[in-house]
Design a protein around this ligand. Structure first.
Ligand code: RIB
Ligand code: CA
Length: 309
């Protein structure tokens, strides 16, 4: 199996950290670039965190900072979930310096140099960097084999009743990505809510992995407050679902849908309008992931994290 050339855009973020380490531990993926956006916390912290996460893994992957705000306004952070430092208070050793330049330019250079339909692009934060790329050079969508996004919700949001955090923070950017023409897979809250990390998973990770990354992951899992949506039983591993789709798609089911954004100023702003039953008769532009095998998800996630240094 040839590893998929992969680029990950993220806003670390406790669950982004787990997703990045899963990607680095998975032979199915060849992570070539990590780009960073503001979101869970400010860009200064998400960039520091991304450098530290990559550094702890020992992977020689360049990290490039990008947008510190949405296309049309400020980000609203989620420090109440991820802590003021974005990693639940965990202090990691400082990672290698960020590569110079801006995320959108690093993305552009990587895709211009790539073969057609060869690069997998994963979005784990507000889609601002991806929207800037695809709005300024739409032809680069042809270099993408797939875009996988942790974003949105068919049902209830987690920032407003309508909108999930990444979609809500930059709905215009997400709209650009949904309309770019490349195959898009959506890991929305509807599937990530099935990846519920409980104290037994944390104990299993501690038993399985003694390396710095596994120990840091367990400490991060310990730091995240239980989710009200899950009756306090645990917290969702949102971003790792996007990576797990690429690593073990057999753990998921999904269907082709049309997805669009509510860009209005009202209570629906930031909602991903997912047409599950084809009522609008619009052409399909996304794969909507519907179910996940949670046991298989955590078994593989823990085994992969345990492999890391
Ligand atoms: O709504 C969850 C998403 O928003 C995750 O990607 C989390 O890291 C935050 O970015
Ligand atoms: Ca994220």
């Amino acid at each position: 199996m040839t590893p998929r050339p992969t680029i990950i855009d993220c806003d670390p973020g406790t669950d982004d950290a787990i997703a990045l380490w899963l990607a680095f531990a998975s032979p199915e993926l060849d992570v070539r670039l990590v780009t960073v956006v503001g979101g869970n916390v400010g860009l200064d912290r998400t960039l520091t965190n991304a450098r530290a996460i990559v550094g702890l893994s020992g992977k020689p992957v360049p990290v490039v900072g990008g947008a510190d705000r949405a296309l049309l306004g400020p980000f609203a952070d989620a420090a109440y979930v991820h802590g003021d430092n974005g990693l639940g208070g965990l202090e990691l050793p400082e990672g290698p310096p960020a590569a110079p330049g801006l995320a959108v330019d690093a993305l552009r250079a990587a895709l211009r140099a790539a073969e057609p339909a060869s690069v997998t692009l994963v979005g784990l934060g507000p889609a601002t960097n991806l929207g800037l790329l695809l709005a300024s050079e739409p032809a680069l969508a042809a270099k993408l084999s797939e875009i996988v996004l942790m974003t949105g919700a068919l049902a209830e949001g987690n920032v407003t009743p309508s909108a999930e955090f990444n979609a809500w923070n930059d709905p215009e950017a997400l709209s650009i990505v949904l309309g770019c023409g490349a195959p898009v897979t959506l890991a929305t809250l509807d599937v990530t809510n099935q990846a519920l990390c409980t104290p037994s998973h944390i104990a299993a990770l501690r038993a399985a992995g003694q390396g710095a990354c596994a120990r840091a992951a367990a400490a991060i899992w310990d730091s995240v407050p239980p989710s009200r949506r899950a009756d306090g039983l645990g917290h969702e591993q949102h971003d790792a679902c996007a990576i797990m789709w690429l690593v073990a798609p057999q753990l998921f089911t999904g269907r082709a849908v049309h997805a669009a954004m509510d860009l209005g100023p009202g209570p629906g702003r930031g909602r991903t309008v997912i047409d599950r039953w084809g009522r609008t008769r619009q052409p399909h532009n996304a794969r909507f992931l519907e179910t996940l095998d949670p046991a298989g998800f955590f078994d593989l996630l823990i085994r992969r994290l345990a492999r890391l240094p």
